[in-house]
Each structure stands twice: as C-alpha cells, then as structure tokens.
Design a protein around this ligand. Sequence first.
Ligand SMILES: [Zn+2]
Length: 426
Amino acid sequence: MNTMSTETQIKEMQPTTVARPCRFCGAGLRQTFVDLGMSPLCETYPLEADFQRGEVYYPLHVYVCEDCFLVQLEEYESPESIFSDYAYFSSYSDSWLKHCENYCEKMTSRLGLKQDTFVVEVASNDGYLLQYFVRQGIPVLGIEPAANVAKVAVEKGVPSLVEFFGAELAAKLAADGRCADLVLGNNVLAQVPDLNDFVEGLKILLKPAGVLTLEFPHLLRLIEHNEFDTIYHEHFSYFSLLTTVRIMEAHGLKVFEVEELSTHGGSLRVYACRVEDQAHEIQPSVRQLIAEEEKAGLGSPDGYMNFTRKVKETKWALLEFLIKAAREGKTVAGYGAPGKSATLLNYSGIGPDLIEYTVDRSTYKQGRYLPGSHIPIYHPDRIQDTKPDYVVILPWNLKDEIIQQLHFIKQWGGRFVVPIPTVAIY
Ligand SMILES: [Zn+2]
C-alpha cells in the first residue's frame, strides 16, 4: 500500500459533518466509556503565587468509538500548550531505566544494529533510552517537542531535534536520507492529537526493511485493573491490540509481534514493519492476544459498559479509608507526584485535608503543588522528618520499588496505602 492510497482510504472513512469525530476513523462518538468530571492539566504544577490566578479545568469525559473501538478523549488544549515546557523527565525511575537498557540490548542483537545503522526515537524525552544505543556507538536521533527536556538529552550526548513529529517532518528526514532501521516510540501514541498523521510519519521514516516498535498502556489491563487514573488530558487515546492493528493496517504497516510488559500497569510492545516486507511473519502472540481481547468484549460496544461502576467503587473505598484515618487523628502523606495523581485526587475530591503533603524526587516539582488538589510537594526527606502513619503511593505502578526504598517507615509503625485497583494497606 502506498502513501497516496492510505490517505485516500482515511479520507473516505471520515464523514465531513460529525460533531465529535473519532480520532482514527471519523465516526461520531456517542458512547461514554467513563466520565471523570473536570480536572486541570495534570503536568502543570502550580506555585503558591499562581493560586490567585485560578486554574483552568477541562472535562475528562472518555468516549469509545462504536465503529473502531478506539477509546478516546476529545482534544481540549493545544499540544503546544501541554508539551512545550513539559515537567516529565523520564530518567527519574530506576526500574524504568533498567527496562530501557534491556530493550536496547535486545534490539541491538535482534536487528544486528551497529555503527552503520540508524535508530530514531519519537518523543525521546531527556535521552533516557537512546543513551544506551549511544554507548554502543550506534547512531541515533531523538525527536522531542519540549525544548527544556531535549536540552538535557543533548547535554548527555543524545542528538535531539526539538520538533513535533508527523508526516511532514518524517518526509523531510526521508528526503535527507535519514530513514531508520529502528523507529521507536514509548508512551507517545496516546499523546498524539493527529493520530493518522503521526502513524503515517512512522511509516515514512522506516527503511524498507526497518522495524517499528511502540510501547503503550494496554486498554485491556486498564479496564481489568481499574487503572482509571491513567486517564488524563495528555492521553488522548487508549489502545487495545485489535484497534492498534487496524490503525497500523490503514497506514500500510503490519503488526507482526506483540509482547506484554508490566510497565505502567500493563503495557504492550508491538513490533511492526511495512506490509510489503516479507521478512517478518505474523507471530501467534498477535492472534492470541486479540482473541483474549475479544473474549473480554473489546470487539463490541457492550465490553465497555461496566467500567464506570468500578471507578466509582474505587473512589468511595479510598475516601472511606482516608476519612476514617482523618477522624482517628492519623497523619497521611503521599509519595510521588505523577501525572496520574491529578486524576485520582481531583475525581475523588481529595485535598490537603486528607493527604497533608506528598514528596517527589524531581527537583522541578519540589516547592510546587499538585494541580487542582493543591497538595504541596516536598523533598522525600520530609517523610523521615514528619513520620506519617500512612504513606499513599500515588505512582502505584512503581509500588514494589517504592516500598523497598521507604522500608524505614516501618520503624515508627508507618504503613503503605496503594489506592488502585482498590485500596490496599501494606
Ligand atoms: Zn473510530
């Protein structure tokens, strides 16, 4: 399939007068997946001086397309406004860095990457991943729209372009002879407002025998494990494998393998190549996982109906716990200030009256406040200094790592609280 026919195919799928069109297929969105109310943008951490100006709240109303089953938010804010001074620096989690190092080793041996090959990462952040290819002498290019984050990558020797990625930029790179043997995108697909333009760009950037890998949170696990706090304004789309395969096919890409990862509460790593590339046969893993998704109902609108009820239950249980702790005079602190905490806390109506403060290793966030809830963020030492009775782990996907790091709270009888999938005390 060539570029021209792909574009024509997508245009044909898009009716021209739909009020709320699906980001992929253009059908009108009518079915609610979950409505999480109103929340400010989750990666804007206000200073105390910002409070007087108020905060802008946007709806977190998630729909599922009844035609292609893409679960999605409407785009409420321009991506420039969200990502140009983005506070998320990937390099802050040890387990995530280990995950990336393993990926680089695996791909280097699997694809035979060496000095005359080329790796491009879309949304390369602070060079957290490409640094491992650089160490092996493999030429790389990072593409990262947030200038402050890309600057950190360049300082550690990872060449980075400060640009938004799409078909236009990919065509420019291709014209310069900079197509890649490996194109990768980790946790970026969800954040793309123009999904079709982005996936088309990925295809253009691939050498004829190039391999694309994408990692993203898996919708099936989001539903199963009740990970509703991973829904926030920066994540426009939520993918099942069956919808992903369909999107890739529309752009002349073939998903030939899939791996399930434990990152971000259950992610997929999909491997794709150009449809005309015969070197990769579709592995049984693809068929098996699609069958599992169909069994869970993700191939029909009914499979998306019961999520709202589970989400409400989680909110009620967390509030019950925190209110009881407050009435008993217990002190409760948080650990971490991830984007997902904004959804959980704002949807649940939790402020400093229930969680006094939180801490984070990111120096950018220290001295600031969580958006909406205005829970203050301190240096992690604050936990040792104030000895709270409970520590609520907000990045629950890193709970094992955090429980290990903070084991010292047991000395004063402190306990850990993990809010998702349902409140659990450790
Ligand atoms: Zn659709």
